[in-house]
Design a protein around this ligand. Structure first.
Ligand SMILES: C[S@@+](CC[C@H](N)C(=O)[O-])C[C@H]1O[C@@H](n2cnc3c(N)ncnc32)[C@H](O)[C@@H]1O
Length: 280
């Protein structure tokens, strides 16, 4: 049976979701909460959202909270999303970065390439990057590559780490050649090849938490996630991102996103049809 959320319950649940994830549930999105959370309420035998909220507060294991996060987040993503950022990476950012590192290292030691997909969802973004690196470098073992994907959703991280996708997912953004070259087909699913998967590392991380122990990255992808937060949180996040970015590093945001109203820590740069950002 459909469980309706009352206006007061909606206020409580949206504040709770905002507290744990930064995600804003604006007034008028009651249907979204109902469509996504009703199954969780049913699973935990709750007849109302008030009862559900009480259960959450009593749940020391945070099992329900994890379910709420998995359910409320929008993990929409696909391989080579928006195409142009990956062309930009392949033809401009990565060659420039490698040249600079070669000059710095004067031929001694491996070139470091540290990249972070800061809301990696189910992994397509980071695997697209790994594929680009493989195509560009041929022998990746000659480089010190660290490709980190993080996301708040346990479910998304588990899927990303496993690296297996169904026929609809691989049909979105992957050419036939890239699919054949980088995936093994297993009945109805395609699993990313071990050599690609070994380049990546996924772990759960809430962007609201301090970015401790991550180190510095040469490239940060922060795409299609800022839209879920309010301006104040976005401003704070860009400060933390600026700190996590190496001095000559690159920040890439979503094709429809802009930093104009949120931060002045970065300067936009253009290459063909793509925009990327570097520290001021
Ligand atoms: C629409 S997806 C974007 C995926 C990918 N970056 C892309 O552009 O295709 C947004 C992701 O942000 C994650 N997310 C939302 N709030 C977050 C938070 N506070 N910390 C970390 N990840 C979060 C969601 O779980 C979701 O996987």
């Amino acid at each position: 049976m459909a469980i309706k959320i009352t206006p007061d319950e909606y206020k409580i649940i949206s504040k709770y979701v905002n507290d744990i994830s930064g995600i804003i549930l604006r007034p008028g999105k009651e249907y979204l909460v109902e469509t996504r959370l009703n199954t969780v309420l049913e699973e935990f035998g709750c007849a109302s959202y008030s009862e559900f909220f009480n259960r959450i507060k009593m749940d020391r294991t945070q099992t329900i909270e994890k379910k709420v996060i998995d359910t409320i987040t929008t993990t929409e993503t696909y391989f080579f999303r928006d195409k142009s950022p990956f062309e930009l990476l392949k033809h401009k950012i990565l060659p420039d970065h490698i040249d600079r590192q070669n000059t710095l290292k004067e031929g001694k030691g491996n070139v470091n390439i540290h990249i972070w997909s800061a809301a990696s969802a189910t992994g397509q973004e980071l695997y697209s990057l790994a594929i680009v690196l493989k195509e560009l470098l041929f022998d990746v073992s000659k480089y010190d590559i660290k490709l980190l994907g993080t996301d708040i959703s346990n479910k998304a991280i588990a899927k990303a780490s496993y690296g297996s996708y169904n026929k609809f997912e691989v049909a979105r953004g992957l050419s036939k050649e890239r699919l054949q070259k980088n995936f093994n087909q297993d009945e109805s699913s395609w699993k990313i090849k071990d050599e690609i998967r070994a380049m990546t590392f996924f772990r759960k991380m809430n962007l609201m938490d301090p970015f401790i122990g991550l180190g510095k990255f040469h490239i940060i992808l922060f795409r299609n996630v800022a839209i879920y937060f309010d301006q104040e949180l976005r401003r704070k996040l860009y400060e933390k991102i600026a700190y996590a970015l190496a001095p000559d590093g690159y920040l890439i945001i979503g094709s429809t996103e802009s930093l104009v109203n949120d931060t002045s820590l970065f300067v936009p740069k253009k290459y063909l049809n793509s925009v990327f950002y570097q520290l001021k």
